[in-house]
Ligand binder design. Structure first.
Ligand code: GRF
Length: 205
């Protein structure tokens, strides 16, 4: 069985959903570790309550995309015997850009959830970007992490209709509901070896 690592920075609701699905034996993966770059991340207590080990690797002042910080993540993973061959690393509201060195080290093993239908609205505040642009549909995307920002091969997407009276808050809430369904599905596909990366596409069997 693969080892699951989840990286968070805050609330951790996607993490919670994935861990609960794992605990109910719905996903064949071993939930080894949750890491936060912030000591006050609410998700830490949730992970502990679900019986999963947590580590804090503080990013205080260290810029994103920085190997000095990411090498500390690698050390934390190695402490738990997590290797590029035996893991899946889920970014779940982890508010940092990963360095190219980290991405190359765990190539094809890092996935992320983004609250928009990529390639539309990458980066921050995607729900606001979608509302301001005036699109009629948005949603969420689970994708592999490559060296760009939200550019890696797409695994799953779920669509949410935008209503005329939506606010950033209301649309974020409906997208999050879809995130909670879509991310565990993608983790399950990965853990069962059903996702193949072909160029910039994925093929799901
Ligand atoms: C989600 O909207 C996710 O798409 C984005 O950050 C948010 C994290 O929420 N990457 P949570 O911490 O999982 O509740």
């Amino acid at each position: 069985m693969l080892n699951l690592v989840i990286l968070i920075s805050g609330r951790g609701s996607n993490m919670e959903n994935i861990l609960k699905a794992v605990k109910k034996n719905k996903i064949p993966i071993k939930p080894v570790l949750v890491i936060s770059n912030k000591s006050d991340a609410k998700g830490l207590a949730i992970a502990q309550k679900l019986g999963v080990k947590t580590e804090i690797v503080e990013s205080n002042g260290l810029k994103g995309g920085n190997w000095e910080y990411d090498s500390k993540l690698v050390s934390a993973l190695e402490k738990y015997k997590i290797t590029p061959q035996n893991c899946l690393i889920c970014l779940a509201g982890f508010m940092r850009i990963m360095s190219p060195e980290f991405i190359r080290h765990y190539k094809g093993r890092i996935v992320n959830i983004h609250p928009a239908i990529l390639p539309a609205f990458p980066g921050l505040h995607s729900q606001r970007q979608a509302l301001e642009y005036g699109v009629k549909y948005s949603g969420c995307t689970v994708h592999f992490v490559d060296e760009g920002v939200d550019t890696g091969p797409i695994i799953l997407q779920s669509v949410v209709k935008i209503k005329d009276d939506d606010t950033e808050e209301s649309i974020s809430k409906r997208i999050l509901k879809q995130e909670h369904k879509t991310y565990p599905k993608a983790v399950k596909l990965f853990s069962k070896g059903k996702i193949k990366i072909v160029g910039r596409k994925t093929i799901i069997s």
